[in-house]
Design a protein around this ligand. Structure first.
Ligand code: ADP
Ligand code: 5GP
Length: 209
């Protein structure tokens, strides 16, 4: 699958947020396999890597000192404290995507990051992923097996507060059945690629033929 061949030089900026455990990583990794022309924005974090995570691929894992140095140098497009750790999107992520001739960038950030990205780039699209129920969210957090009991509890306790920020987002997807949720996200990406401004130069060129 590929996004429409746009004549718009602007990147599609796709922000994906959800309470932890709703399935955002699962859905976005699959989306990125389908759309190699989208680049995953690799965030910086002071959180410790999980067993299956690769430095430079899932996150840039850094010390708090290194993170604060990037803040001091104005190197982040956004940053926030989430569940007791610092997370941030480096400004260079967008330049890297442009240099790699990608057509879009996918940001996996919390609602605070989503807000900051939208303030900087108003054309960015925000998608919020919801769990089908709070009980299922609990099961997914516990079943993932990657966080200790205390972090799982913290993430669950924060989920309601995070869901409360839903009015800020443009789209919402309920991740009950994975294939359907993925199809909805795919639909959003394809539609975004067909925005009039992205194809205006094409229409103008046709008028000259
Ligand atoms: P997040 O990135 O939002 O924190 P993950 O993608 O890590 O969440 O998913 C949390 C857990 O839920 C994982 O174990 C994942 O395999 C599982 N999961 C994700 N989507 C679904 C789904 N639609 N149905 C059942 N389990 C799911
Ligand atoms: P996790 O530790 O489970 O990978 O992520 C915890 C939360 O931090 C998730 O809500 C995730 O979206 C968010 N997050 C990851 N990277 C960033 C980032 O660069 N900025 C912000 N603001 N949040 C992030």
């Amino acid at each position: 699958m590929s996004v429409a061949a746009s004549t718009d030089p602007d990147l599609i900026l796709l922000i994906i947020s959800s309470p932890s455990g709703a399935g955002k990583t699962t859905i976005t990794r699959r989306l990125l396999q389908e759309f190699p022309e989208l680049r995953f924005s690799v965030s910086h974090t002071t959180r410790k890597p999980r067993a299956n995570e690769v430095d430079g691929q899932d996150y840039h894992f850094v010390t708090e000192e290194a993170f604060r140095q990037i803040i001091a140098e104005n190197g982040f497009a956004e940053w926030a404290e989430v569940h007791g750790n610092l997370y941030g999107t480096s400004l260079s992520e967008i330049d890297i995507a442009r240099a790699a001739r990608k057509i879009g960038v996918l940001f996996d950030v919390d609602y605070q990051g989503a807000r900051q990205i939208k303030e900087k780039y108003p054309d960015a699209i925000g998608v919020f992923i919801l769990p089908p129920s709070m009980a299922e969210l609990r099961r997914r957090l516990d079943g993932r097996g990657s966080d200790d009991a205390q972090s799982r509890q913290l993430r669950f306790d924060k989920a309601r507060e995070e869901i409360g920020h839903y009015p800020f987002f443009d789209y919402m997807i309920v991740n009950d059945e994975l294939q359907r949720a993925l199809a909805e996200l795919r639909g959003i990406v394809l539609a975004e690629g067909c925005r009039r401004r992205r194809l205006a130069a094409k229409a103008e060129a046709l008028l000259q033929e």
